[in-house]
Design a protein around this ligand. Structure first.
Ligand SMILES: O=C(O)C1=C[C@@H](OP(=O)(O)O)[C@@H](O)[C@H](O)C1
Ligand SMILES: C=C(OP(=O)(O)O)C(=O)O
Length: 433
């Protein structure tokens, strides 16, 4: 239960390498394990969420060397080579691990159990259980929540229209589709991150994408790969925020993934007035990547178009802080999904901002945030990594220091956040609770 104490008044400067993308790292482990032959991953995020996915596949007999400095060597067992785990598979704090693993495990020939921490046990799993049940899966849960007891069995394909825009549900259904008799198709109501589709293709598995619909069928094979994981734009977002709000800042974030299904945060901040430039555009591991330079600029409140929500879904804690630092009001709508993340991010961000003296009107599907000067004080992160990092950056422009409680889960997605933030100039101290 560590806490952060962050003092105001500094600026962020220099060049920072952004650690590996969490979503892509999970998928690299999963597809590498299910592939034939060796997969060599570089730039893997060694965060607790990804380590949980690695441990799950090790428990199912997949041999891996690493991770070590972002390198992981996976001895793939093929689509039908997993072994029954003798223990429950612990997904920790990770919704992605639990939902994607549910998709993989539904069609196996053995039973398995998925468990998670207190936050994960509160999160809705019925969104994957429903389509998987329609495919013939037998998964027992209580009130649609973990633990999930999975009795692997033969599956049939499905043509599924997602009721919510969720890359995790889309990916779970497609992964189950690798084991289903007929074709499996998923249609999404709004674009969500497409790393699963890109990586399946990268591993040589045929997958068709027509507009909002992705389809695959059983019978293909995954071929072991060498792949490099780009930096996580969701981690970069805290530095985009910090450098934008802190006068005198000039920061370059290197090797950041800029997949168009993830760049909503750049579009929103830019529209609010941020000074963000992309350079050195290139492709890494089938994903577009750039270096991102961000300099201080004054922000203006805005009405965030709902179409941008799914493209910036994990960046809203940072965007709440940007809104609080902007002139005028910012309106967030169509973002009810924020309520079922590691915490209820609408309620938790609203109460944290109020503790700093900001006026926030909470709505069912978002909030109206009135820009103002931030006071200092104590903020509860509720064990949510992104809430903790967002408030750490808010301290740059607060009147007094901000103390943030319950920050240990920052290690789920960004273990070296404190070190990188200090390197850039943030006056952050970590203390044990
Ligand atoms: O597929 C993924 O890797 C993720 C999808 C998103 O969740 P939803 O699918 O629940 O929107 C996102 O919030 C999460 O951090 C990672
Ligand atoms: C929502 C997140 O992750 P997950 O759903 O994998 O727990 C996140 O990292 O912000």
């Amino acid at each position: 239960m560590s806490r952060y104490l962050v003092h105001p008044g500094s600026q962020l400067r220099g060049r920072l390498p952004i650690p590996g993308d969490k979503s892509i790292s999970h998928r690299a482990v999963i597809l590498g394990a299910l592939a034939e032959g060796v997969t060599e991953v570089e730039g893997l995020l060694e965060g607790a969420d990804v380590l949980a996915t690695i441990a799950a596949f090790r428990a199912m007999g997949v041999e891996m060397e690493g991770p070590d400095h972002g390198r992981l060597r996976i001895q793939g067992v093929g689509l039908h080579g997993l072994r029954a785990p003798g223990v429950p598979l612990d997904c920790g704090n990770s919704g992605t691990a639990m939902r994607l693993l549910a998709g993989v495990l539904a069609g196996q020939s053995f039973p398995s159990t998925l468990i998670g921490d207190a936050s994960l046990q509160r999160r809705p799993m019925d969104r994957v259980l429903r389509p998987l049940a329609a495919m013939g899966a037998e998964i027992i849960a209580q009130d649609g929540r973990a633990p999930l007891r999975i009795h692997g069995r033969p599956l049939r394909g499905i043509d599924y229209v997602l009721p919510v825009a969720s890359a995790q549900v889309k990916s779970a259904v497609l992964l189950a589709g690798l084991y289903a008799e007929d074709p499996t198709c998923v249609t999404e109501p709004a674009p969500t991150r497409d790393h699963s589709e890109r990586m399946l293709r990268g591993f040589g598995y045929p997958i068709e994408r027509l507009g909002a619909r992705a389809c695959l069928r059983q019978g293909g094979r995954l071929h072991g790969q060498s792949l490099q994981v780009p930096g996580d734009i969701s981690s970069a977002a805290f530095f985009l925020l910090g450098a934008t709000i802190a006068p005198g800042s000039d920061l370059t974030l290197t090797g950041v993934g800029i997949n168009p299904t993830r760049t909503g945060v750049i579009e929103i901040l830019t529209r609010m007035g941020a000074r963000i430039d992309l350079t050195a555009l290139r492709e890494v591991g089938g994903e577009p990547v750039a270096d991102i330079r961000v300099r201080h600029a004054p922000l203006q409140g805005m009405v965030i178009p709902p179409r941008l929500v799914s493209l910036a879904i994990d960046e809203f804690p940072a965007l709440f802080i940007a809104a609080a630092c902007a002139k005028g009001r910012t309106v967030i709508t169509g973002a009810e999904e924020l309520r079922v993340k590691e915490s209820d991010r609408i309620a938790v961000m609203a109460s944290g901002l109020r503790a700093l003296g900001v006026t926030v009107e909470e709505r069912v599907d978002g909030a109206v945030i009135h820009g103002s000067l931030l006071g200092g004080g104590r903020v509860e992160s509720h064990g949510d990594h992104r809430v903790a990092m967002a408030f750490a950056m808010a301290a740059l422009v607060a009147r007094d220091a901000i103390e943030i409680l319950d920050c240990a889960n920052v290690a789920t997605s960004f273990p070296n956040f404190p070190a990188l933030a200090q390197q850039a100039g943030l006056l952050l101290a970590v203390a044990d609770a």
